[in-house]
Design a protein around this ligand. Structure first.
Ligand code: FRU
Length: 505
């Protein structure tokens, strides 16, 4: 009898743990092709660095809670930027403060002296935020610290001389991003300082000298500047420099967003001739993004797929927030101005099932993708080429009449995503609504790449010049896709592909 009950108990335990594992990463709203932590709160991506075949993604993480709190660096790794494995927490708060946003580099020449046995160390540079100093209104509670790793990011040792950049008496003084500046054989660090960025240089990642400020009179200023990045891209035979910088609030569709500046950098000053404010992503849900370090000529950018206006209220239960898809950045001229175009990485298509391709399709008011393809399931990808810009709307919906609309309005010459009737929107007053992105190109034809997950859509229009990212929370997954147009329109090609989940089933 005893033996039977033990066996029975084992079966129950086994079944339960299988059920738990089986449902892990498959809960309601759980992104299937984006990284999200198994549990608890996440915000900005941090310390993104490639080393020895591994892409590291650290992130602002609050273990034990689904709202922001004492910040740690969570950690995930990937070999292809598609599949992710969550790792143990990398950095814990200490007496200097919480671990806020920052970056990591491979110190190839061991300039820091942290390397061991001829191996290059990883060095992380991050803000420490002292909650006690903040409460006491000291103004100097954000300082920059460093830590190093000699086992490719598995374990980290904080530098004894921290902090390495002391606060001069400015409340918002954070988010260092470091790069190696080969012409000057020195490290360059850009960080956010209230309403602008400051640039510093160093020979050893420990001693930093201020070089310059940028931004007070450029770009958007509706809120505080955060999480900047500086890098160059080889373009038409020369180096073109870029500073990206997130801002909260003050984004084009409300709340937080990321602007960028194209220009030049001489080792000391960044200069730009930009006169308009440019945004990496016009949608409401791409914030605090920066690029991976040590990826050579490729610039790969990834953001936090949420918005400070409502991030702590979104209706996920076990975890909060995901990252956007990683995107490759390229420069492109439109008339005499240079813009950044973002595109999903080619590696994503490894995860695509064979697409259904419809050539020369005519959309006569309504086009039901289900009847043409026989299956609609998320996540999926829709690519569309239109012969010319025309009004259209891609409608994602379910039997409960919940919907998200994605489209283009010719009169206004802008793209839109409307999540007003996407279902769960009442958790925060600013969530429901229609959001816009200008069509920046003047090209005759139009192309779109839509990547739709369980609770998000990323729109890359005109080869990634106009980009929008948006999250939503339907009561049950959408299972219909219709393309609607007020008039007959000619579509050169529609490609529809299911994407496999990146998580084990
Ligand atoms: C941006 C930000 C950063 C800060 C971090 C704290 O989202 O506010 O400026 O370092 O989040 O979690």
């Amino acid at each position: 009898m005893k033996v039977i009950s033990v066996i029975f108990l084992c079966i129950i335990i086994h079944t339960q743990s299988f059920a738990q594992n089986g449902s892990m990463y498959h809960e309601q709203y759980r992104p299937q092709i984006h990284f999200s932590p198994k549990a608890h709160w996440m915000n900005d991506p941090n310390g993104m660095v490639y080393n020895d075949g591994i892409y590291h993604l650290f992130y602002q993480y609050c273990p034990g809670s689904t709202v922001w709190g004492p910040m740690h660096w969570g950690h995930a790794v990937s070999t292809d930027l598609v599949h992710w494995k969550e790792q143990p927490i990398a950095l814990y708060p200490d007496s200097i403060g919480y671990i806020f946003s920052g970056s990591a580099v491979v110190d190839k020449n061991n300039t820091s002296g942290f390397g061991k046995n001829g191996n290059a160390p990883l060095v992380a540079v991050f803000t420490q935020h002292d909650p006690v100093g903040e409460k006491q209104n000291t103004d100097v509670f954000q300082n920059q610290s460093i830590a190093f790793s000699n086992d490719n990011g598995k374990t980290w040792i904080k530098y004894k001389g921290n902090p390495v950049i002391k606060n001069p008496g400015i409340k918002d003084f954070r988010d260092p991003k470091v790069m190696w500046y080969d012409e000057g054989k020195k490290w360059i660090l850009v960080m956010a300082v209230k309403d602008h960025v400051s640039l510093f240089s160093s020979l050893n990642l420990k001693d930093w000298t201020k070089e310059s400020d940028f931004g007070e009179h450029f770009g958007a200023h509706g809120g505080v500047w955060e999480c900047p990045d500086i890098f160059y891209m080889n373009y038409k035979g020369k180096k073109v420099w870029v500073i990206t910088c997130s801002i909260n609030p003050g984004a084009p569709n409300g709340g937080s967003g990321t602007q960028y500046f194209v220009g030049d950098f001489d080792g000391k000053n960044f200069t730009t001739t930009d006169t308009i404010t440019k945004w990496i992503d016009y949608g409401p849900d791409d914030y605090a993004g920066v690029t991976w370090s040590n990826t050579g000529d490729k610039k790969i950018f990834l953001g936090w797929m949420s918005n400070w206006s409502y991030a702590i209220d979104v209706p996920t239960i076990k975890w909060r927030s995901a990252t956007t898809l990683p995107r490759e950045l390229k420069l492109k001229h439109i008339n005499d101005k240079i813009f950044i175009a973002s595109k999903p990485l080619p590696a994503l298509s490894k995860n695509e099932l064979k697409p259904v391709i419809l050539n020369d399709a005519e959309i006569n008011r309504n086009f039901d993708l289900l009847s043409k393809t026989g299956r609609i399931k998320f996540p999926c990808r829709i690519k569309m080429n239109l012969k010319k810009p025309e009004d259209f709307t891609v409608v994602l919906s379910n039997d409960a009449k919940e919907k998200v609309l994605i489209g283009y309005n010719k009169n206004e010459n802008r793209y839109f995503i409307d999540r007003t009737n996407s279902e769960k929107t009442d958790f925060q007053k600013d969530f429901a609504g229609k959001h816009f992105a200008p069509r920046l190109t003047t090209a005759d034809s139009m192309n779109l790449d839509l990547i739709i997950d369980e609770s998000s859509v990323e729109l890359f229009a005109d080869n990634g010049i106009s980009v929008m990212t948006e999250i939503f929370f339907p009561s049950k997954p959408y299972n219909k896709i219709n393309i609607e147009a007020p008039e007959k329109i000619a579509v050169k090609r529609i490609e529809y592909a299911l994407l496999k989940s990146i998580w084990p089933l």
